[in-house]
Design a protein around this ligand. Structure first.
Ligand code: EPU
Length: 420
């Protein structure tokens, strides 16, 4: 086990490059199973969730080659066993993304049910119902989803609620189904659009990704292709908050500013001055002042992302004034609040809202990471705390932030990784 030790107090200054988006790379790697030849996928971040996905695909018999720049060649033609076992799925819920592609391409899939996790119960009923509506026979028992079909049929799918991986699973399955599938109340997240772009590059006919109605005309076959994953908007947002919270100036390169509108609006409200170009964003805190507290509500894209909620709790903890952060996507995504209280934050939980009265300074303390974004928020809090903050269980961070301590150190942070 490892931990991060952060000595707080320095304004961050400098520039960093953003990695490929984890939440786009995962569905794209799963979608590569649909091809009848190899795909070459680049701009893949070097993260635990990616290695877990590679292990999952490898165990199925898929051929994988990785070069030194994390370009992965995935050859699904050698797949022998369409099976996602519990020991891998339990470490990464996104493994459920192989269900749709396996079923559509090979006519069968046995995928372990992901359990609940630190942020909520997170069922996959909508994935299963959608595939059933497309003609799959699915038995959910003994902790597994066992799905069988001849060829899936297109269907009109009205999603009860907006689900990102649910939309992705059904979109992938529909690409090889017979006839047209329409997904209504689809997720509009940029990662869904990136997956649609990849599917279309393979020869699929997907239209409307990025809106709440996606139409897919099924095709007989999909080919392997070359594709570069889009930049990570949550990583971008996290480093922007790092600049704002420390009263610094950061230049974030190789990103996509239009994907961060809701986050940038809140940073400006907090007092940040933001400039951006095609693929960069610069944030400065004029006069290196404390940020102002902001209030926000998480919502599916283009609303404020739940994956940035914890980071803004950290910002509010040291801001001037009172900020209210409401979580509407997951029922239990405030595990970071207790840990921030241990650092001296004045945050009160009222149902699904964190009401925070900013304090002048936090104090360093040993804290524990409970999930990916919560752990990022504790690192941010550590950057502005007096003294040293020890963040334990950082395997959560390594699931979603590539080289976090190197990138923060590049911005001048005093941070190091040590054995726990
Ligand atoms: N839901 C259901 N039934 C379903 C599917 C979802 O009730 O069949 C509920 C969930 O329990 C949740 C809500 O719908 O309350 C939305 O969940 P969604 O399905 O959209 O989440 P997800 O697809 O499992 C993805 C990201 C998450 C991100 C959410 C919301 C990936 C691999 N994961 O999860 O990312 O928070 O969308 O934007 O894309 C992260 O990166 O830290 C992370 C957790």
């Amino acid at each position: 086990m490892e931990r991060l030790i952060i000595a707080g107090g320095d304004p961050l200054e400098g520039s960093i490059r953003i990695s490929g988006a984890k939440n786009a790379a995962l569905p794209i790697l799963a979608a590569s199973l649909l091809g009848d030849g190899p795909s070459f996928i680049s701009n893949i971040p070097h993260l635990h969730d990616i290695t877990t996905t590679m292990e999952l695909l490898g165990r199925m018999g898929v051929g994988l080659t990785v070069d030194e720049r994390m370009c992965i060649e995935v050859d699904p033609t050698t797949l022998t066993d369409p099976f996602a076992p519990y020991d891998l799925v339990k470490t990464m819920r996104a493994s459920i993304l192989v269900l749709g592609p396996l079923l559509a391409r090979f006519g069968r899939a046995d995928v372990s049910l992901p359990g609940g996790c630190a942020i909520g119960t997170r069922p996959v009923n909508l994935h299963v119902e959608g595939l059933r509506a497309m003609g799959a026979e699915i038995d959910v028992s003994g902790g597994y989803v066992r799905a069988r079909c001849k060829r899936l049929r297109g269907a009109r799918l009205i999603m009860d609620l907006v689900t990102v991986t649910g939309t992705e699973n059904l979109m992938m399955a529909a690409s090889l189904a017979e006839g047209e599938t329409v997904i209504e109340n689809a997720a509009r997240e940029p990662e869904v659009v990136d997956l649609a772009d990849y599917l279309n590059a393979m020869g699929a006919h997907v239209e409307g990704a990025g809106t709440d109605t996606i139409r897919i005309q099924g095709v007989e076959r999909l080919a392997g292709t070359h594709y570069a994953v889009l930049p990570d908007r949550v990583e971008t947002g996290t480093y922007l908050v790092a600049g704002a919270i420390t009263g610094g100036r950061v230049l974030i390169k190789d990103t996509r500013p239009p994907l961060l509108e809701a986050v940038i609006a809140k940073l400006e409200e907090a007092g940040a001055r933001i400039r951006s170009g095609d693929d960069w964003i610069e944030l400065a805190m004029p006069g290196a002042k404390r940020p102002r507290a902001v209030s926000l509500r998480t919502a599916p894209y283009p609303g404020f992302p739940t994956d940035m909620q914890a980071q803004f709790c950290a910002l509010n903890a040291v801001a001037e004034g009172v900020g209210m952060v409401s979580e509407t996507v997951f029922e239990n995504r405030f595990m970071h609040v207790n840990e921030m209280q241990r650092m001296g934050a004045d945050i009160r939980l009222e149902g699904r809202t964190a009401v925070s009265t900013g304090v002048d300074r936090l104090t360093g303390a040993p804290v524990m990471a409970t999930d990916l974004r919560a752990s990022a928020s504790l690192v941010l809090a550590g950057l502005v705390a007096d003294g040293e903050t020890y963040v334990d269980r950082i395997y959560h961070i390594d699931r979603g932030y590539e080289c976090i301590e190197e990138k923060l150190a590049q911005l001048g942070a005093r941070i190091r990784r040590v054995p726990a």
